[in-house]
Design a protein around this ligand. Sequence first.
Ligand code: ADP
Length: 544
Amino acid sequence: MRGQMMDTQLLIAPLIRNAARFHGDVEIVSRTCEGPIHRYTYADAYKRVQQLANALASRFGIAMGDRVGTLAWNGYRHFEAYFAVSGMGAILHTINPRLFLEQIEYIVNHAEDRVILVDLTFVPIIEKLIGKIPTVEAVVIMTDRANMPETSIPNAICYEELIADQSDSYDFPSFDENTASSLCYTSGTTGNPKGVLYSHRSNVLHSYGVCMTDTLGISATDAVLPVVPMFHVNAWGLPYACPMVGAKLIFPGPRLDGPGLAELIEMERPTVLAGVPTVWLALLNHLDEIGRRMEGVRIAVVGGSAAPESMIRKFQEKHGTFLLHAWGMTELSPIGTACTFKAKHLSLDQEAKYKLQTKIGKPAYGVEMRITDDEGNELPNDGVAFGHLKVRGPWVLKSYFRRDDENILDEDGWFDTGDIATVDQDGYAQIVDRAKDVIKSGGEWISSIDLENAAVGHPDVKEAAVIGVAHPKWQERPLLLVIRREGATLDKQGMLDYLETKVVKWWLPDDVIFVEELPHTATGKLLKLKLREAYGDWLMKQAG
Ligand code: ADP
């Protein structure tokens, strides 16, 4: 017997329609590429979303299933594209400008983008690709006539002119909620990037998941500053989640540096921030330098890489901000877990709370999670056993875009995240390492993440990376690479003495190398593959 409730489809356009109707006066504030701060409301945004949809349909014949690419910072025009493109039934392909040029060429061709909307900053990328991306019929530069650049892009179109004469009324169609809405490629440290094709349903359900009090807990009383880019897993779904509840949105544009963020925070008073650890490090350092305290920031969401305890502490003690540790990945839309407390944790002392906050937390309802051994047997949730972290649920992918024939799920239909984790009795997971980064020392495992987090706790350390390198006796041993803070004099012995107070003795790195810089992926993660290439035989060479 079927239920007798309406089968309203879960679609993306109603999110912005609803925001315009019930939160019409709530602001969206953007720092622009052109320089000035732009502000308007959800009601204004919805009108321009409809103008853009009309323009895409009438000028380029964009229809259901067509791919429209964007190369843009977090800003109001990019936000408009999120809703116009998906709302029409076309697919928004957010291109990560930090990928190598060859990777961008590959993904534009793989996605067969028909139109690309590009911010001023990224015009040179498209200029270099002209002639190599044959499916792209039109390039729209996201600015007004006064700021249109000199460009070699043939027939480049000005965004403001494109939408200016269009009607601000567009009848967004209803269709099957499983229709594809958006496409995001993983950065991939090896091989070609792989596309994750989200659906309207997965995005709407993910937005509910994000807003839940025990996930990120976003409401109509919040002002949210997503520093995490809209070209990286849809800024963790915040451009959908915020209009769902009517939260104010603050977009940082191209200024993701400490001073730029500090200024925007002071001006716009966000209650919620979201970004990766390196961004927060830059912000905290700058606030230290200028001796300023952030006011009113309720939570700072951190994810993408592990948040060190020193950062959790600093946010709390200097700024009164709860660092909300979350975990996810492109394949998960991306939110999988969030480290919010249970009732029994509220009475813990502050030290115990900090400890708990270093975990990635419990799964948001909608994500099922388990850990298994190499054979796929489920391991106990005792906080000790560690294994392959696997997930499933309505916002987890089942196959990569245009690689439908590759089976990426295990026999029971779970997706292996590539992470190694523990899960405790309360369902709180802790990432031990990426499976490919964990250090196998004489049959025991050492977590490179834990060692890095311990190292950056030292006041002289700006950034640290730990890799497993070949060792004649132990198979692999940890090697620590450190960037010192300016003016700091920390040496190898000082580093090891400090670490000895933080980790068990057999975890201590066999050597410490001080470097000027460390390589990162397009999404700001340490590029350990490169480090292993450069230093893989470091200890062997020393052993002679
Ligand atoms: P990309 O694939 O583009 O590098 P993703 O954001 O999809 O970017 O990367 C997902 C991976 O990032 C996860 O599988 C995990 O290894 C790592 N990660 C994400 N959040 C955390 C976290 N809180 N702690 C540790 N690692 C994390």
